[in-house]
Design a protein. Sequence first.
Length: 449
Amino acid sequence: MTAAPPVLRLRRIDLGLADVDPGTRAALRAMTHRGAVPDQAVRAAARTILDAVRADPDAAVRQANANHGGGLADGRLVLDRDELLRARDALEPPVRTALDQAIANVRRFAETQRPQTTTTRIADGIEIERRWSPLGRVGCYVPGGTAPYPSSLVMTVVPAQVARVGTIIVASPASGLGVVDPVLLGVAGLLDVDAFVVAGGAQAIGALAFGLPGAGLAPVDRIVGPGNAWVTAAKIELVGEIGIDLPAGPSEGMVLAAPPADPAPVAADVLTQAEHGPDSPAILVTTDEAFADAVEAHVTGQLARAPRRAILERALANHGAIVIAADLDGAVSFINDYAPEHLSVDVEPLEPTVARLRNAGSLFVGPWAPESAGDYATGANHVLPTGGLARSSSPLAVETFGKYTQVQRITRAGLSGIRDAIGTLATAEGLLVHREAVEIRFSGDEDAR
């Protein structure tokens, strides 16, 4: 009989040692200050690609596809709408049914998010409107190549449609064989996107930002969607020229669990986001050492059956950890400092603990809420802040696809009521023309105004 494999041992960090052990303090600091921004070498290389695309968009994107991969075998950059519709019609019935359900759920949740225009009366004669309007053109980057993500196309396109964005362009790379995943194309056809650019990495972001004149595509106003370090670096480089959602680092999974939780599903949740890539953190936070041992044993058994075992093992070796807290207070404090992208919670008391967890992209509450449910079908968006940005940023939502404009309406009486305040503050700042712009309106025959 074959012997059972040795139990995988994840790096353990005891929060109780942070005050006395410099190594523990350094490890915790590295975890909570990891960041989502790629290193400077990647940013410099992405900048070079963007500069080339800026100068000659169609040729540079085609050349970058040839150099780095992600292009179609025939060299085309944009797929015809008819191709997307044919792919839609070719979807297998079970896949089409699953997609329809996921799209409906995402749309239902997104419909609750549409911002409203509001008007506030400040005083007699002063009224300020905060007008929300959708963006004109948005680019949605969808990871592809070796592992296509039709679900990410749903998550980026549907809220843009709910926001009533004028034009929605998808960009995603082809595989090493120069073809795009048929399910990905089918979803694009199902959602009737306006254009599908076949490119990956920094060149895809450049194509969205600068347009593809040869293909008749104008630049977009904002780029959204997850991607690898090259995608993230390119998005960061373009800040100030176009809008982006947020920088996206590797996918992160964290689980807060302790008895009476079942260690088998907890182990599955620890592994879930690590399946995305070898740079993805997979962390268990618990208050019970024996429970941590049981989860490790189940991780070992589940790894043996996992098709992407090599990726999982690298992620666990490089970024896997078990954090031991003395109590729930310590666990909650650590999690709020870490601010994970995904956070599963299976502890008692459940809801009071969830109420204290402020910093996480998306929380999954209780033993029947696996992270994969949110990745695909609950309706919550799976484009989430990573690298600690959950301390200050939100998941992708309808609000991302629009903007507010302030509209100020002022009557003579309204301006008169703030005339002295404006003059005093403008004088204090030395901006006397600002003061004069008010005073000139009250010169002469004021009764005639």
